[in-house]
Ligand binder design. Structure first.
Ligand SMILES: Cc1cc2nc3c(=O)[nH]c(=O)nc-3n(C[C@H](O)[C@H](O)[C@H](O)COP(=O)(O)OP(=O)(O)OC[C@H]3O[C@@H](n4cnc5c(N)ncnc54)[C@H](O)[C@@H]3O)c2cc1C
Length: 484
């Protein structure tokens, strides 16, 4: 298959990148379904904008129901049935999950958010929940039919998502065998989930991130009443196939995961799962935007021939396919490393620190690539690119969110610097790349990083972006050569 043809479907592209694709028949059936049945539903949900929130029933009781078109459940439930959550826990591998995520997000990136946050609920429960909690809640999250429960991961509050240690004001009070949470969560995706993991500070705990703990919060209290309230839904530019709201916790019944003083590790483990998903989704969105641009460029004529046949555009397509392959190699390396370390608990191994660095590079690089590619794909469509009726603009809206949630580019750079400085993760990365990277380039990159880490703090942070960009590009390019 020529490299441009690989753009036309997610599986075509995956086939060119990965030697073994488990559960290929599931992916093929899903892809065929999305092309015919799923895509029209996805586009209509995107066009419809923010779903309705029905807060009260006719008798004035609080119900907090999110009203999507009925077909929403069809696209949402399909991914759960295909195994986006249950396979991870049953097969003890994240590979099938992230393959499904790639395949689905080519058609609808937003719907992968419910899957990611459900994974981010199931995994800490399976790792850190008491046997009673696991018995009570895990089977619901791993059901294979439409009665499956959904999860959610709520950390961010009104004062900000980057500096959780300062911004989280939700307090947890002990109450018998459980806890009661009081606070407000400002960005709460999958706002109607049956079960959420929530960051809160136990009463009297230390300030900063060290004092945070992670709690499991069911949608309903033991007496059947609502355990949290949805104050309103966010009117977002994209990812409209996940409802994002503001959530009020009012003496909400909660169960501690792990120990109260290790919450920050659990929170970061949850974030890791979603950052890796974000990288995979970003590459899929970039491929989707390119596929749209390709089919347009093959049919739109200017100066006597299809615009694709003009040397400048053809060259841009070919270059961008190479960049897509590099972005995929970086994203997939973060998947494979996570798949090795996801069951680790603190204190973590060196392999885990290597994973963290690769995950920061991948989250940053792939999201920037998705935004840039979606913008370019709009340009290929000319004026039609900015018209909502033809859809090219959707991929730019979707990509913009990928760059911000799960930690902005700034966060990735600063956390990437931290893991290099404290854990020497760059040395592990360079060892990993040594087999494939040209020796001279590797040496230059290594010395650039070492020099940078010696800078005074102010300068080190101020100049982080060009270094991080070069390191991400170098890593992605080297990994692409490795995977050829
Ligand atoms: C659609 C959507 C859904 C979301 N869903 C969820 C969810 O389900 N659960 C959840 O917990 N969160 C969710 N979020 C929140 C998301 O994780 C945050 O938006 C993100 O972490 C950034 O936080 P912030 O928006 O508060 O920006 P802030 O933290 O206020 O940051 C503002 C700007 O300052 C920059 N900045 C901060 N510190 C530094 C620094 N030291 N140096 C340089 N620059 C800095 C940031 O990078 C950013 O550009 C969602 C966000 C969106 C957009």
């Amino acid at each position: 298959m020529n490299s441009l043809d690989s753009l036309r479907s997610p599986l075509n592209f995956l086939n060119t990148r990965l030697p073994n694709i488990p559960h290929r028949e599931v992916l093929e059936a899903d892809a065929a379904w999305w092309r015919t049945a799923g895509l029209p539903i996805s586009h209509s949900i995107d066009r419809a904008g923010t779903p309705w929130l029905r807060m009260f029933d006719r008798l004035g009781h609080r119900v907090d129901e999110i009203l999507y078109p009925a077909e929403y459940q069809t696209i949402l439930r399909r991914g759960y049935r295909s195994g986006v959550i249950w396979r991870a826990l049953e097969e003890k591998s994240l590979i099938p999950t992230y393959l499904l995520v790639y395949n689905i997000s080519f058609h609808d990136p937003g719907v992968c958010c419910p899957y990611t946050v459900s994974l981010g609920t199931a995994v800490p429960l399976a790792k850190y929940g008491s046997p009673e909690l696991q018995q009570r809640f895990l089977p619901q999250l791993t059901r294979k039919d439409d009665s499956v429960w959904q999860g959610a991961t709520w950390m961010t509050e009104i004062k900000g998502g980057s500096d959780l240690g300062a911004a989280v004001e939700t307090i947890a009070h002990p109450s018998g065998d459980h806890w009661l949470l009081i606070g407000d969560k400002y960005f709460s995706s999958n706002a109607n989930a049956e079960l959420a993991v929530v960051a809160a500070r136990p009463e009297g705990a230390a300030a900063g991130v060290r004092g945070l703990a992670l709690f499991l919060v069911p949608r309903h209290r033991g007496n059947g009443h609502l355990n949290y309230f949805i104050r309103r839904l966010k009117d977002k530019i994209a990812t409209r196939s996940v409802p994002t709201g503001e959530v009020e916790l009012r003496d909400s019944e909660a169960y501690l995961l792990g120990s109260a003083d290790s919450g920050i590790y659990l929170i970061l483990e949850v974030l890791n799962l979603s950052r890796v998903a974000n990288s995979v989704v970003s590459v899929a969105v970039a491929q989707r935007a390119m596929a749209g641009a390709l089919s347009y460029a093959e049919h739109r004529a200017a100066f006597g021939k299809p615009i694709l046949e003009h040397p400048l555009l053809r060259h841009q397509f070919e270059d961008r396919v190479k960049a897509l392959q590099a972005a995929f190699a970086l994203a997939w390396d973060s998947v494979e490393l996570l798949n090795e370390v996801w069951m680790e608990r603190p204190p973590y191994s060196n392999r885990y620190h290597l994973f963290r660095l690769v995950a920061h590079l991948a989250k940053y690089w792939t999201a920037e690539f998705a935004v840039d590619t979606a913008k370019w794909a709009m340009e290929v469509h000319g004026g039609l690119g900015v018209l909502a009726e033809y859809g090219a603009e959707r991929w730019l809206r979707e990509a913009m969110i990928l760059a911000i949630w799960e930690g902005t580019p700034h966060r990735q750079m600063l956390d990437g610097l931290e893991v290099m400085e404290r854990k020497h993760a760059h040395k592990l990365l360079f060892q990993r790349l040594a087999q494939t990277a040209p020796a001279k380039e590797l040496q230059e990159m290594e010395s650039e990083v070492e020099q940078h880490l010696k800078l005074p703090t102010q300068e080190k942070e101020a100049l982080a972006e060009p270094l991080f960009r070069r390191l991400a590009a170098f890593t992605a390019e080297t990994l692409t050569v490795k995977s050829r």
